[in-house]
Ligand binder design. Structure first.
Ligand code: SAM
Ligand code: ZN
Length: 274
């Protein structure tokens, strides 16, 4: 496919790929394909100085942690939900918004898999690991995608911009979101905060009733046996908790007894686009 689904982030016109090295629009905006196979579709001239999204260190920690298989129950559940609900298996195109380093993305069983994330280091890793997927550095709040281009979309622990999701998922298409339940990473939070509180569970699309209807919302819970302190450190480093906690948190985590058990508690919600 040489054109679609991308749209120019500057003028919104369709992007075409005149050759494998770049995408261009009819207003002559041009976006180079990086050697890793992804394209940067943040609007030209409006790229913030500090890289947005997850840093290279967070991406590396997430990649190492997910490679242990500790989140595989989540990958399988999201994969199965997306496949099952997408027209009984007829969906062609799936979009992962806030795809991160792509562990869940590359498991999605669709002919065309699109992954977007605002973090360049994350997209670089995701694209390298999944040459058949189409990846772009892009903002979930202003997706460089055509209306109704996706039969299905997923969002795993990412920021949810419901209007944009409603615009790019076709009518009758589906959306699967995964977000923390009340006990998610409870043991890690106990190490980080003096006064840990449960996560407040909110349906991520509570303001988007006009676009999507929820048709299932299930808790998914399992215990992660991390085995070695390095995994706990990676888990810490890939979450926002890394900005909190006492100064000695890293040494506390490093000396946590082997085989630490951390609860994963995730709410997986499926929506249909009205
Ligand atoms: C908690 S991580 C989850 C990554 C991946 N879905 C996973 O589960 O492994 C959240 C991701 O959202 C991305 N992100 C944050 N703000 C974003 C935005 N405005 N647009 C696109 N991605 C964003 C971050 O860079 C990060 O990769
Ligand atoms: Zn343009």
């Amino acid at each position: 496919m040489a054109s679609a689904p991308w749209r120019c982030p500057t003028c919104r016109r369709p992007l075409e790929r005149p050759d494998p090295t770049r995408w261009t629009c009819r207003s002559a905006h041009s976006f180079d394909v990086a050697r890793g196979g992804y394209v940067n579709l943040l609007p030209t001239g409006r790229q913030p100085g500090r890289s947005p999204g997850d840093s290279a260190e967070m991406v590396a920690a997430r990649r190492r942690f997910l490679a242990t298989g500790a989140y595989d129950p989540l990958t399988s559940t999201v994969r199965a939900a997306a496949r099952y609900h997408a027209d009984g298996g007829a969906g062609e195109t799936i979009l992962d918004v806030g795809c991160g380093e792509g562990r869940h993305t590359r498991a999605l069983p669709f002919p065309l898999v699109l992954g977007v994330d605002v973090s360049k280091p994350a997209v670089a890793v995701a694209a390298r690991a999944h040459r058949e997927g189409w990846y772009a550095v892009a903002n979930a709040a202003a997706l460089p995608l055509a209306e109704g281009v996706a039969d299905a979309a997923v969002n795993v622990f990412g920021p949810v911009f419901a209007d944009e999701l409603g615009r790019v998922v076709r009518r009758g298409g589906i959306l699967v979101t995964a977000h923390p339940g009340p006990d998610h990473l409870a043991q890690l939070r106990e190490l980080v905060y003096d006064d840990p509180r449960p996560h407040e569970l909110k349906p991520p699309l509570r303001h988007a009733e006009g676009c999507f209807e929820i048709f299932s919302s299930e808790p998914l819970r399992w215990e992660m046996h991390l085995g070695e302190p390095a995994a706990l450190l990676d888990l810490f480093a890939m979450t926002p908790y890394r900005w909190h906690g006492p100064p000695d948190i890293a040494s506390r985590l490093a000396t946590t007894p082997d085989a630490a058990v951390v609860t994963a508690d995730v709410r997986v919600t499926c929506y249909r686009r009205r």
